[in-house]
Design a protein around this ligand. Structure first.
Ligand code: BF8
Length: 638
C-alpha cells in the first residue's frame, strides 16, 4: 500500500515515506507482506490445543468436519475466542495487580510514591466497606491495597471490586448464570483448563466463559487499575496537551514512554524535571517526554504530557531520528521497534523482567527502586543526545491542541455547577429530552492492517452529527485528538443540540466549549464510561442495559479490546468491532454473539441486553449503532 492508503494522518504518511526511502521496514510493510491470511485461522477453525493436531476443519462439507478428538467447528471457534479473551483479561489483571503491589509498598513506606488523591482513597475505602475512622492515610491505603490483592487470592465469594463497582442489576444476571468471578487468577486458570484438550466442549458454555473473562478484565483490570492509579497519581482533571509526531523537539532530548502502567513513566517525568540542567550541559535545551499508546494516555490525562503516536505508527517516532530513548513497560510494544532503532542512535529500554526485546537495553523496574530506574533511564537518554545524527532528523510540522482529563469526577464537577445536589441530572435531562440522543464510547486501537484513524474518526463523526455524546479512551482517543475532535474546532462535527449543550457545559468548565470527544484515559480507564453509565442507571433505577449507550471499537488489533468489549456486553451495552473477530467458522457462535433477543436460541442480547456488531464499514456501523440507541430509547419511553 502507498503511504496515503495506510493512514489518514499526513505526518504518518510522510514518515512512512522517509522510512521506506531509508530501507527501514515498519508494521505497515509487514502487514502488506502477510496480507494473505490463513483462511482456517481467520475463521477460528485451526486448533493447536494438543499434539494430535494442528487440526484444521472445514464445516461446510468440503473437508473434515471434526478434529481428531471429535471437536466440531462450534467448539473450535468458541475455544479460539476464549483463548483470545484469556490473553486480554490476563494483561489487564496483571496491570491491576502490579499497581496494587505498588500501592501496598507505598503504604508500607517501601516505595518512593505518595498518595496524591487522599479524597479518592477514602471514597474507595468506603466503597469497599473498609474502616477509615481514626486510621492514618497509609493504614487506609494498605487496607485498600490488600483488598485489591485479595481479588487475586480468594477462593470463595465474589471479587471485592465487583461487590464495590459492579452494577447490582447486572450482578443479578451474572450470579444467576454462575459467571461472576471469584478471583482473577482462579478464573484465568479455570479458563485455561476448560479450554485445554479434553475440557469444555459446549460452545455456549465456552462463550459464557468468555464473558467471565470480560468481567475479570473489567473489574480486576480496568476498575481496580483506574481506582488505584487515581489514588497514587491523582484523579484526572481537565488538561491540555498536543498531539502528533511534531511534538518531538529537535532542540531537546526526546524520550518516548510507551506501554501501559504509569508507575515508571510518572517517575521519568519527575526525573526529567530534576535532571533538566544536566541536559543543558550536552547542548540540548531541555528534556522532552512524549507519550506513545496507553502510557501516553496516562501521562497526558494527569500531566498534560504531549502524545506522539498510537499503536500502529509507534515505529515512526524513531524514524524522526530525534529520539534518544524509547522506554517500554508492558503490552502493545512491537518487537519491530528494535530493528528500527538499530538504524538510529535511539536506545530501546525495556523495564519489566517478563517483557524483554532481544538487542534492547534492560533497566529493571521495581516500585521500590523506581527512582533509581527512572534516573538511570533519563541519564542514558542525556548521554545518547551526543550520538544523534542531525542529517537524519526529520520531524513533521504542526500539532493539534486537545483537551483531556474527563474523569467521571471531572464531568460531575462541571455538571454540579448546574445542579449541585444531583450533578448527573443535567446529563439525564439532556438524554431524556433528546438533546443527547445517546452516549457512545469510541475505544480501542489502531491496527497496521487497517487504514489508520479512518474507522475511529468516521464512526465518531457520524455519531456526533446525530447528537450522540462521545467518550473515548485508548488509541482511538489518539485518532480523535489528531483530527480536532478534542478542541473547539471539532464542534462543527456535532449536531445542533449537542453543540449547544457542549457550549453550555464548557462555560462551567472555564472553556468556551467542552470538546466533542471527552477523553477519559487509557484502555484500563474504560472503567470510567461504565461508572458513568452505572451512576446514570442508578438515578433512573434501570439496568445499564436499558440506557441508549453503545461502544465502538473500529480499528482494534488487540485481544484486550475484545475482552473490554465483552465486559461492556456483559452490562448490556452493544459493542461494534470494525475488524473481523475471527469467529465466522461457526454459525452458532456468530449467532450467539451477534443475534438479537428475538432470535431463537441463546444470544448475548437475550441474556444481557447487549450484543456484538461486526461491521467493517464505519458509516454502516454508525447507522447500526444509532438503530440500537433508538431501540433502547423507545423501550425506555423517551
Ligand atoms: O491498551 S488501544 S493498541 S495501546 S490495546 Fe494497545 Fe489498543 Fe492502543 Fe492501550 Ni488498548
Amino acid at each position: 500500500r502507498e503511504p496515503e492508503e495506510v493512514s489518514k494522518d499526513t505526518q504518518v504518511q510522510q514518515m512512512l515515506a522517509v522510512a521506506r526511502s531509508r530501507g527501514i521496514e515498519t508494521a505497515f510493510d509487514r502487514a502488506d507482506q502477510t496480507a494473505a491470511r490463513c483462511p482456517f485461522g481467520s475463521a477460528g477453525l485451526c486448533c493447536r490445543s494438543c499434539l494430535e493436531g494442528p487440526c484444521r476443519i472445514v464445516p461446510n462439507g468440503s473437508g473434515p468436519r471434526r478434529g481428531v478428538c471429535g471437536s466440531d467447528a462450534d467448539t473450535l471457534v468458541a475455544r479460539s475466542l476464549l483463548n483470545t479473551m484469556i490473553q486480554g483479561a490476563s494483561g489487564h489483571a496483571e496491570h491491576g495487580r502490579e499497581v496494587a503491589m505498588a500501592l501496598l509498598k507505598t503504604a508500607e513506606g517501601k516505595a518512593p510514591y505518595v498518595i496524591r488523591d487522599v479524597g479518592k482513597l477514602m471514597r474507595v475505602a468506603k466503597g469497599l466497606n473498609l474502616e477509615t475512622e481514626g486510621k492514618s492515610i497509609n493504614e487506609v491505603a494498605k487496607a485498600v491495597a490488600l483488598a485489591a490483592l485479595e481479588d487475586f487470592q480468594k477462593h470463595e465469594g465474589v471479587m471485592n471490586w465487583i461487590e464495590y463497582r459492579g452494577h447490582q442489576k447486572s450482578r443479578e444476571i451474572w450470579d444467576k448464570l454462575g459467571i461472576t468471578p471469584v478471583n482473577a487468577h482462579l478464573e484465568i486458570a479455570k479458563a485455561v483448563t476448560r479450554n485445554a484438550m479434553g475440557g469444555d466442549a459446549d460452545p455456549v458454555n465456552l462463550l459464557l466463559g468468555s464473558v467471565t473473562m470480560g468481567l475479570v478484565d473489567g473489574y480486576s483490570g480496568l476498575h481496580l487499575s483506574s481506582d488505584l492509579q487515581d489514588i497514587l497519581f491523582g484523579t484526572p482533571k481537565a488538561v491540555k496537551f498536543n498531539y502528533s509526531l511534531a511534538v518531538l523537539d529537535e532542540k531537546q532530548i526526546n524520550i518516548a514512554v510507551h506501554g501501559h502502567i504509569p508507575l515508571l513513566s510518572e517517575k521519568i517525568v519527575e526525573w526529567a524535571r530534576i535532571l533538566e540542567r544536566k541536559a543543558l550541559t550536552v547542548g540540548a535545551e531541555g528534556i522532552n517526554i512524549v507519550g506513545v499508546c496507553c502510557t501516553g494516555n496516562e501521562l497526558l490525562m494527569r500531566q498534560g504530557v504531549h502524545a506522539a503516536s498510537s499503536f500502529s505508527s509507534q515505529e515512526l517516532v524513531i524514524v524522526t531520528g530525534a529520539l534518544e530513548a524509547m522506554v517500554v513497560d508492558i503490552q502493545c510494544i512491537m518487537p519491530g521497534i528494535q530493528q528500527v532503532a538499530e538504524c538510529y542512535h535511539t536506545e530501546i529500554i525495556t523495564t519489566i523482567p517478563h517483557v524483554k526485546i532481544s538487542g534492547a537495553t534492560h533497566v529493571n523496574f521495581e516500585p521500590e527502586y523506581a527512582d533509581d530506574a527512572a534516573r538511570e533511564i533519563v541519564e542514558r537518554a542525556i548521554r545518547n543526545f551526543a550520538k544523534r545524527d542531525p542529517a537524519k532528523v526529520v520531524i513533521p510540522g504542526g500539532s493539534v491542541e486537545a483537551h483531556a482529563g474527563f474523569s467521571v469526577e471531572q464531568i460531575c464537577e462541571v455538571t454540579a455547577k448546574i445542579n449541585a445536589d444531583k450533578p448527573l441530572q443535567p446529563l439525564i435531562d439532556a438524554i431524556k429530552d433528546g438533546t443527547i440522543r445517546g452516549v457512545a464510547a469510541v475505544i480501542g486501537c489502531t491496527n497496521p492492517r487497517e487504514p489508520q484513524d479512518i474507522g475511529n474518526v468516521t464512526v465518531a463523526r457520524e455519531l456526533l452529527k446525530n447528537n450522540v455524546l462521545i467518550v473515548t479512551t485508548g488509541c482511538a482517543a489518539h485518532s480523535l485528538a489528531k483530527y480536532g475532535l478534542m478542541n473547539e474546532d471539532g464542534l462543527e462535527a456535532c449536531g445542533d443540540s449537542l453543540k449547544a449543550l457542549l457550549r453550555q457545559l464548557g462555560q462551567h468548565a472555564g472553556l468556551s466549549a467542552l470538546p466533542p470527544a471527552l477523553h477519559m484515559g487509557s484502555c484500563v480507564d474504560n472503567s470510567r464510561p461504565l461508572d458513568l453509565l452505572s451512576a446514570i442507571a442508578d438515578e433512573l433505577d434501570v439496568p445499564v442495559s436499558s440506557l441508549p449507550a453503545v461502544g465502538s471499537c473500529p480499528e482494534t488489533h488487540s485481544p484486550k479490546a475484545l475482552t473490554i468489549g465483552t465486559y461492556f456486553i456483559a452490562h448490556g451495552v452493544d459493542v461494534h468491532v470494525g475488524v473481523d473477530p475471527q469467529v465466522s467458522g461457526s454459525n452458532l457462535v456468530t449467532r450467539t454473539l451477534t443475534g438479537s433477543r428475538e432470535d431463537k436460541g441463546i444470544t448475548m442480547d437475550g441474556l444481557f441486553g447487549g450484543k456484538l456488531i461486526v461491521e467493517s464499514d464505519p458509516v454502516k456501523a454508525a447507522a447500526m449503532l444509532l438503530e440500537r440507541i433508538d431501540m433502547k430509547r423507545k423501550a425506555l419511553g423517551i
